[in-house]
Design a protein around this ligand. Structure first.
Ligand SMILES: [Zn+2]
Length: 165
C-alpha cells in the first residue's frame, strides 16, 4: 500500500493513497508516544495545533508521530478508526480508489471554546468535527448557562481547520 502526504483541499496537508484499498483493509496505524490526558494538557497548553488521539475512556492519548496524523476529518469519510489491544488502526469502510484522500470522522470531544469548524465539503457535512454526542452535550450546556462561554482546555484536535485554509 502506498500512502503519500500532499496538500489537501480539506485542510493543509492530507494523506493520499497511490493504490486501490479494498473495504475492510487496515490502512495505517495511528502511532506515537502514549501520554496521560494531564501530561498532554500541560505539554500542549499553549499550542493551537495538536495531534492527539484519545484511547479508551480518553484518560490516555496518543501523541501522533506517524502518517496517520496527517489524515483529515470528513463527515463522509472513507475510513474509520478502531482500537485493538491499545493500538489504533485506520481501516477502510469503502473501496478507495488510487489518488483518493484518506479521511475519517474525528468525532472530537473536550474542545473547550473551540468551534472545530468542518470544511470537508461533503453533502452530509455537520459543520463541525465534534461527535454527534459532543454536539448534543454542548447544546445542552449552552442552554444551562445562557450568555456564558463554556471555559475549557484547548481543543484536543488533530488538525487546526479553522484558519480558513
Ligand atoms: Zn464536514
Amino acid at each position: 500500500m502506498g500512502l503519500i502526504i500532499r496538500s489537501s483541499a480539506i485542510h493543509a496537508a492530507g494523506c493520499y493513497t497511490t493504490t486501490r484499498i479494498p473495504k475492510g483493509k487496515r490502512v495505517v496505524e495511528y502511532t506515537g508516544p502514549r501520554l496521560t490526558k494531564d501530561e498532554a494538557d500541560i505539554l500542549y497548553e499553549d499550542s493551537p495545533l495538536t495531534y492527539l488521539f484519545g484511547l479508551g475512556d480518553g484518560s490516555v492519548v496518543i501523541d501522533g508521530h506517524c502518517m496517520a496524523m496527517f489524515i483529515n476529518h470528513s463527515c463522509d469519510a472513507n475510513c474509520e478508526t478502531g482500537e485493538e489491544d491499545g493500538r489504533v488502526w485506520v481501516t477502510a469502510i469503502k473501496n478507495i480508489a488510487p489518488g483518493s484522500e484518506i479521511t475519517y470522522d474525528y468525532c472530537l470531544y473536550d474542545g473547550g471554546d473551540d468551534a472545530a469548524v468542518c470544511n470537508c465539503g461533503s453533502k452530509n457535512c455537520r459543520g463541525t468535527m465534534y461527535s454527534k454526542e459532543e454536539v448534543r452535550r454542548r447544546k445542552a450546556a449552552a442552554k444551562k448557562a445562557p450568555g456564558k462561554t463554556p471555559r475549557g482546555k484547548r481543543a484536543k484536535r488533530k488538525t487546526g481547520a479553522s484558519d480558513g485554509g
